[in-house]
Design a protein around this ligand. Structure first.
Ligand code: OSB
Ligand code: MG
Length: 376
């Protein structure tokens, strides 16, 4: 496979409702799509990737314009250099071409995705098959933002349960934690329920967070800062609720460190956060070797990332329900055919070549704010 071109498309997609977390409110998403064209024999194939960086560096240090810049000025040139030197760029080796660039994992993941998709479309193979996934569907969980009031939250959760979601995650922050959890438990009983703080607490809040213990949550996600592994280990010993890290886990190595320290007893795997699907699989493998369950996180992906995540979540260590919801959880109109829930609240793992969904180029054009071609 010889890569011919790389296009960077910045889209603006309105959300069906505002999504509030402890770090801010999102009313739209601005996905950065990577579109590559590659020559395979005498054919040209297209591959798509999606960058999950937010517009501002409030979830992690990465942000949309930074990711776009790094792809254009560092990652695409690394592909050019490799190809000029006669090396073939593949799904298996592309992440390795970016090792000299520090961090910027979401940018790297997006380019790796486009290369994976192109290569698998060229060979007619599904992403699930490439990963060695036998599962045909994965259970679907929903992440529920911070609401204006408890009644509004209960309405939202009730609506998602009616749609069939199999697990609910509540976003929490100081002032919106024990009471919303209590209200959801009182109204909906012992549904699979977990919470996500996105770093909103400090170790000194341990006694307060212990008040969540009676509600038998599946886990509390990232209560403390992203660099606070030792403090998470201390906190984990003070809580009955299992601690699960998200922001802190940026590689298989950091996952191994967090597990060894006792900072996490569950791991949220987000391919963008760890630098791509190959690394995400390594995180899964390390966790599995330690008997640590993992689940697939989400970043409000379009159908492209959602389809890829569904396949990843088919790996055997993904024993907890992930944040892979239907397209209509966030978007009135997706840029691929919509990802939907089946009658049991599961999402089908695509079987078509590549990520197995068809980005609609007309619809993409309609949502595109900015497009730039990078020479390869
Ligand atoms: O912490 O998991 C998170 C969305 C954006 C940034 C961070 C997070 C989230 C979510 C949404 O919780 C998950 C989803 O895509 O459904
Ligand atoms: Mg999270």
């Amino acid at each position: 496979m010889h890569l011919l071109s790389l296009d960077l498309l910045t889209l603006r997609l309105p959300l069906v409702s505002p999504f509030r977390t402890s770090f801010g409110v999102q009313t739209e998403r601005t996905p950065l799509l990577v579109r590559v064209e590659a020559a395979v024999g005498d054919r040209t194939v297209v591959g798509w990737g999606e960058c999950v960086a937010l517009p501002r560096p409030v979830y992690s240090s990465e942000f949309l314009e930074g990711a776009r810049h790094v792809i254009a000025t560092e990652l695409a040139p690394a592909i050019v250099t490799a190809q000029t030197e006669g090396h073939e760029v593949t799904a298996e080796n592309v992440a390795g071409l970016f090792e000299h660039v520090r961090g910027n994992r979401m940018a790297k993941a997006a380019v790796e995705m486009a290369v994976i998709d192109a290569q698998l479309r060229a060979s007619g193979r599904s992403f699930a098959s490439w990963l060695g996934v036998d599962a045909v569907r994965v259970p679907s969980g929903v992440s529920v933002g911070i609401h204006e009031s408890i009644p509004a939250l209960l309405d939202a959760v009730g609506g998602y349960l009616d749609q069939g979601y199999r697990r609910v995650k509540l976003k929490i922050e100081p002032g919106w934690d024990v009471e919303p959890v209590r209200a959801v438990r009182e109204r909906f009983g012992d549904i699979p329920l977990q919470v996500d703080a996105n770093t909103a607490y400090r170790l000194g809040d341990a006694a307060h967070l212990r008040r969540l213990d009676p509600f038998e949550l599946l886990l509390i996600e990232q209560p403390l800062g992203d660099e606070d592994l030792r403090q998470h280990a201390v906190l984990a010993r003070e809580l009955r609720t299992p601690v699960c890290l998200d922001e802190s886990i940026v590689s298989a190595e950091s996952a191994a460190d967090a597990i060894a320290l006792g900072a996490t007893s569950v791991v949220n795997v987000k391919p963008g956060r760890v630098g791509g699907y190959v690394e995400a699989r390594r995180v899964h493998d390390v966790a599995r070797a330690h008997g640590i369950p993992v689940w697939c996180g989400g970043m409000l992906e379009t159908g492209i990332g959602r389809a890829a995540n569904a396949a990843l979540a088919g790996l055997p260590g993904f024993t907890l329900t992930g944040d892979i919801s239907a397209s209509d959880r966030f978007y009135r109109e997706d840029i691929t055919e919509p990802i939907t829930l089946d009658e049991d609240g599961y999402i089908a793992i695509p079987t078509a070549p590549g990520f197995g969904v068809e980005p609609d180029e007309d619809r993409i054009r309609a949502f595109t704010e900015h497009r730039k071609r990078v020479a390869l």
